[in-house]
Design a binder for this molecule. Sequence first.
Ligand SMILES: *Cc1c(COP(=O)(O)O)cnc(C)c1O
Length: 452
Amino acid sequence: MKESTKFPLAESEIPTAWYNLGADLELALAPPLHPRTFEPLGPDDLAALFPPSLIEQEMTRQRFIDIPGEVLDVYRLWRPTPLVRARRLERELGTGARLYYKYEGVSPAGSHKPNTAVAQAYYNRRDGTRRLTTETGAGQWGSALALGCAFFGLECTVYMVRVSYDQKPYRKALMRTYGAQVVPSPSPRTAAGREVLARDAASPGSLGIAISEAVEEAMADPGTRYALGSVLNHVLMHQTVIGLEARRQLELAGDHPDFVIGCFGGGSNFAGLAFPFIGLEARRPQIIAVEPAACPTLTRGVYAYDYGDSAGVAPVVRMYTLGHRFIPPRIHAGGLRYHGSAPMVSALVSRGEVLARAVGQRAVFEAAVRFAKAEGIVPAPESAHAVCVAIDLACEAAKTGGEPCILFGLSGHGHFDMGAYQSYLDGELEDYAYPAEAIAQAVSCLPGVSNA
Ligand SMILES: *Cc1c(COP(=O)(O)O)cnc(C)c1O
């Protein structure tokens, strides 16, 4: 009998609504605070940064939010995305585990990020925004937003973390191809950037610094707003098309996951895959978020109020954080170098409903190469964190004779990350475990608000 490997959905089965886990779980999120007064933020405080429709989505308790037709028209360019049973990898590992991956690398920008970028560009255009500013780490989010802005006729300025700007020239070229302006961060264009450069002219930058710059620029001009690629409730919600499709595809496969695994930077691809399985399944799988040992926000950070950016101009939110001044080592998974994390995921981790694991970058690339040889797709270094833990669980099953069903998110391809693969193959990749003193130091400068 021929074995099915792919579980295709018809175009008509693209979800027509996003799922809001906040409607089903009493997450009791602490209110976001104003960065100077530490008073709870009102919709007016957010109005300088975000358009009204996205502010409403950020706060809503509605369970399903209809996806606008113009956004669906764009989704149809690459959705539904494939769900693949990794049969060759299973055989290679000699495991009784069933491994499935949901592949978001088929989007034009090569990752899951356009799922929200397109929606954010649409709502901004509708609400009268002329230009969007944002930050980008590895360049994935910048490319996705540049694409969304191109589709909906917005200007786009991207602050790109310096180390990635130098490591990933082709990501930069891709953003410019879609019409965006790309600025290396820290830059002399903003007060936040100038302050960092005065302290360290050779600063590698960080997502926190780039966010400060993009936020500062958006606040200075009424026609300009800011877009964030992860962390916020509405961003996580836009990504739930991933998990909604995956549930349906696993149903077609006649299977049900025991584990759902996603890599974790700010939380968007993870939540997009996992939230529908957390909120909509009668039999909830074990859910695992995987982060780099070099930026161990969920496993070694503190659950406390902190600034979303490093200069302290962005809102203060309660989340797992390594401290807003934290500058992670220059690992290749640039998209996982954020000091904070999504408040919704943080709440789930603190309640033990989501498990977090940290892995070193050498183990990550070893898993990535193993996956590529067996399945053909070269994973983004970020996505390879999920691959790594999926392979670990499958190897464990091989030893114990277990037969778990494991679903993991393959959030993007690594075609722009071949420099990182080259370093790994040349034996030049290092593992960094962040020293405990450095973490203690970084979390010592949290804002002085009560976490009670
Ligand atoms: C940006 C990115 C991530 C990390 O961001 P999340 O918001 O945590 O999803 C993971 N994988 C890829 C491919 C990315 O581009």
